[in-house]
Design a protein around this ligand. Sequence first.
Ligand code: NAD
Ligand code: MG
Length: 385
Amino acid sequence: MKKRIAILGSTGSIGTQALDVIRQNPGLFTPEVLTAQSNCHLLIRQAKEFSPNAVVIRRDDCYQEVADALKSYPIKVFAGEDSLSQIVEMDSIDLVLNALVGYAGLKPTLTAIAACKNVALANKETLVIAGDLVMKQALKNRVTIIPVDSEHSAIFQCLTGERYNTVEKIFLTASGGPFHGKNKVHLMNVKKEAALKHPNWKMGDKITIDSASLMNKGLEVIEARWLFNLLPEQIEVVIHPQSILHSIVQFIDGSMKAQMGLPDMRVPVLYALSYPERVSSAFPRFSFKDYPQLTFESPDTGIFRNLDLAYEALHKGGNMPCVLNAANEIAVQAFLEDRLTFLEMPDIIEKCLQTVPFIYQPSYEDYVDTNTDTRHRAVEYIRNI
Ligand code: NAD
Ligand code: MG
């Protein structure tokens, strides 16, 4: 039996790489659902190639174009935000790959869990916003959340077979991004073109900016806290510019396990799709000759303030990580539109963390309200900067 997969965000960086993985393993996986925000042309092309049961285009005004293009195919076409989360309830779906970016990923994850579907989670924002709620629901419904993020996939793989053993701490590796080693004067004037040039990974714009500002690692610290039930003190970030060790677990006996390989997101995507099995792949292999030196250093949080802000939000708990995420999404968007400088992004996030009212144990509705409130404030702070 082929595993039937719903790919949310099939036109994005992770989505297209997942389809590449499926294309190379036609006997193992089949895309049951494909979804996109507004890139109808690519969605239509993907639908014609893979013949999914259904597609969803998030933007209502794109519906007609997709429906017309697919009218002679046995493919259902839906549009809108509600369809995006409802579609994951389909009986014929075995696994939901959430490759959406940002806050939009939260609701479909919760719907998938409510429908008892296992989730391969690339959308780290889901766990940053509402990790407590998501993990509780997953436990209750016996749903497995399989991380796709390379660092978390690494930790997940290192923990396989260690169920009854105690973790002392984990080390999340970070490449340092395109501005690794740069000083404040340099960063004052950097533009999006420079920030969008990641040295090791080709990813969507939002995560690429997050990588340049170290917010990506901050979000990943929070993601790891929930996925692996760790205290903030048990999660350490280490800069490893070659991106070969994808992350490391240290156990109570002092032994450390790392998972390594070339930086290629198709590897953790394949693992998440095939889990608990491993299947063969033809992806390029690591060669020690090409990497005579693997290096490690501490992050410079004096310059890259976002990492400390993420730890601060995690320590405060409640709705603060949701505030961090919402403020960051608005700040990144403003930076991409040249309305905010690189070094102003943490200022906006910090201001939101200081001003949005704290909620100790937020409900889903509280997260929705916190997200909306924070976005409004962040927009206002950016306007007045
Ligand atoms: P991307 O921007 O390339 O793709 C996002 C996808 O989601 C697209 O298909 C887009 O159409 C869809 N989308 C965007 N906004 C939407 C909305 N409001 N409603 C519905 N659909 C929407 O992003 P990406 O780089 O593929 O990243 C996806 C997620 O995976 C992010 O959470 C990111 O942090 C995480 N991730 C990505 C990588 C990577 O290599 N790209 C690595 C690790 C983790
Ligand atoms: Mg990552």
